[in-house]
Design a protein around this ligand. Sequence first.
Ligand code: DP6
Length: 349
Amino acid sequence: MPIDYPLGWAGPREKVLDRGATAVAHPNIALIKYWGKRDERLVIPYVDSLSMTLNIFPTVTTVRLVPEGQADTVMLDGTSASGEQRQRVIAFLDLVREMAGRTEPAAVDTRNSVPTAAGLASSASGFAALAVAGAAAYGLALDPTALSRLARRGSASAARSIFGAFAICYAGRGVGAAADLSSYAEPVPVAKFDPALVIAMVNAGPKPVSSRAAMRRTVGTSPLYRSWALSSKADLSDMQAALQRGDLEAVGEIAERNALGMHATMLAARPAVRYLSPATVAVLDSVLQLRRDGFAAYATMDAGPNVKVLCHQADAARVADTVHGAAAGCSVVTARRGPGARLLIGAEQ
Ligand code: DP6
């Protein structure tokens, strides 16, 4: 029987070192998007973002320390990771080791239950789980804010997956250490808002351009980027008010315009970054038709062609049916708000 410890508490250190540490985290979907970094090394966003953590597609990650002299190993869904994926995990371990003042190499084993790199935020759940497991394995006792800052260094959206339900991630102020300290996520307490998120997976293949490269190109070349970033500030305060009212129509409208604006900045990049496919547009048309038919249904898309549709739980089955029929080969899964990242010590026993 796994024992649940509070977030951020590493447990008895000897036990952690013997057995390694295992953590679970869930993906999140941004209702106000993060797009663009003002500091690539420290992974500091240009804009604040706000998301809902999901109750599906968890990532479970184990970090075990291995004897000095061995190389770090990174297993991703049962196969040895290579290239950029491996590099990002090792750079993250280096950061954890530097923070902990330790040098032991590690064996990392990550299991995703969502297709990696399909625009369904596996890097968010992945780096949130790695931050919690890595900090515990190296004996770092970090509070949730520090864990979210650490997760951000792996992937900025991961800072939000440290928390359950709704979370805001601050772009932070200043540069260097000041920016690093002030860019973190925290929960947005929202009592009465518990919508469904219907995910229409129109293509589970890897994305044509990584979000990292696409952001860089958008910030560097898109004439629309600045105005989206400005309008995103207004979207964020409207969104916070709408969430407090539990007003699904307003939350959905703001999320949809914010996401479409983000994709507009990419379409205006040189050369254009286009994640949305004909199947995406077909699903978007079906969402519009649902609204004409009187259903509150609103779409958001990330760095991929898949569409996430926010709606009332009572309408989720109807919405799922409609979007499923809109594009050939589209598979559908329905999520709700889910839990924050946590340590699972003893889960591997
Ligand atoms: C479109 O967090 O994956 O999903 O920080 O470079 O790892 P890096 O990017 P990542 O980007 C997510 C972008 C987005 C919007 C969002 O989740 O806010």
